[in-house]
Write a protein that binds this ligand. Structure first.
Ligand SMILES: [Zn+2]
Length: 82
């Protein structure tokens, strides 16, 4: 499972860890601050099929759905490896 950020410019979905869009170079830090980034979660169904679902502009929802928190002190308090 993973959380994806969708570029507001070219609509490419990619890792939320990216600082700039891998396709068009859009500055994600700025775009996130302006809430222009939509988040998606990707996960695998029991059948093995990959599914991606939009969670709009709430990364908290995405993280809750994914059981993941990147800053620590979150749902599980995990601190991710960079
Ligand atoms: Zn882009």
């Amino acid at each position: 499972m993973g959380v994806l950020a969708q570029c507001p410019v070219c609509k490419t979905r990619q890792s939320v860890k990216k600082k700039v869009c891998k396709r068009c170079g859009e500055d994600f830090d700025k775009a996130k601050a302006a809430k222009r980034v939509n988040y998606w979660i990707s996960y695998r169904l029991p059948s093995g099929k990959q599914k991606q679902e939009a969670v709009r502009d709430s990364i908290e929802d995405a993280r809750a759905a994914d059981g993941w928190d990147c800053r620590g002190g979150g749902i599980r308090g995990d601190v991710p490896r960079a």
